[in-house]
Design a protein around this ligand. Sequence first.
Ligand code: COA
Ligand code: MG
Length: 292
Amino acid sequence: MSDLSFRPRRSVLYVPASNEKALAKIGLLACDAVIIDLEDAVAPEAKAEARKRLAGVFANRPAGREMVVRINPLSGEWGSADLAAAIACAPDAILLPKVDTGRDILEAGDALDDAGAPAETKIWAMIETPKALLNIGPIAELGRDPASRLACFVAGTNDLVKETGVRATSDRRYLTPWLMQMVLAARAGGIDLVDGVYNDFRDAEGFARECEEAAAMGFDGKSLIHPSQIDAANRIFSPTRAAIDEARAIVEAFARPENAGRGVIALEGRMVERLHLAQAEKLLAKAAAIGA
Ligand code: COA
Ligand code: MG
């Protein structure tokens, strides 16, 4: 029996921990997850102040939404203090930036264990360096060991462009091979993955197109920078009505007594195998979780 528990991660909004106005809005926004950012969105001179704000944010934590804290790298000057402050807030996950190897995940896991963080506190990893892409298989493989806490990858496309020198074209043609590597690795490791941000937040059409592409590529959702991007991401990363109807038809067909022992059946002129049944059950679990 496959695991049908499901956490939607269609819309994952970054909120800079230095921006009080934005932080105050979290409870009003319909995103699946929020990443309170202590890293790139916060200027060096604002780091300490931003870190102090975490406790207040989590004190008014909205229900039914994943709350993640992105810390600075543990190898740098702010990371350890960020991690301690984050753990004190009992977030759903810590998002590690600039992960290069599996060791980065294991070290953060050890720090969480040492601090007595509960097993429910997961680790998410930014995939945004050339080294991470070269090591992506072994990093993702940690997802198979619950003790590693690894639960999700977030593509860091802006950093990848910066680090590699590829041109950031609107069709993402030079990034796509790497994004597909992330998809493959995440599935091999049994973890979720969230696409990178779309910087031009006034361009709703371009954003929707990029979400459609990411959904087709196998991403679970998109990381967002602005509230105006939430609705489109929720819609595009949800199963369509037609897909839900088809999944129901497959489940019903296999439930018929005459199909009980069969591995493969015909449904409306198409071959349907048990693997499609598993796929259909997964889709229906996802639809149920998001109330589709
Ligand atoms: N989360 C919550 N609320 C946000 C928000 C966010 N990420 N971005 C904007 N808002 C709020 C603003 O506070 C503003 O509220 P107001 O109406 O009470 O003034 C409202 O949405 C409209 O914002 P707008 O004026 O359109 O944008 P802006 O110019 O204030 O901010 C950005 C634009 C890009 C600076 C801002 O969206 C942002 O900081 N995004 C996140 C960036 C980030 O975290 N980057 C790191 C990861 S890539
Ligand atoms: Mg980054």
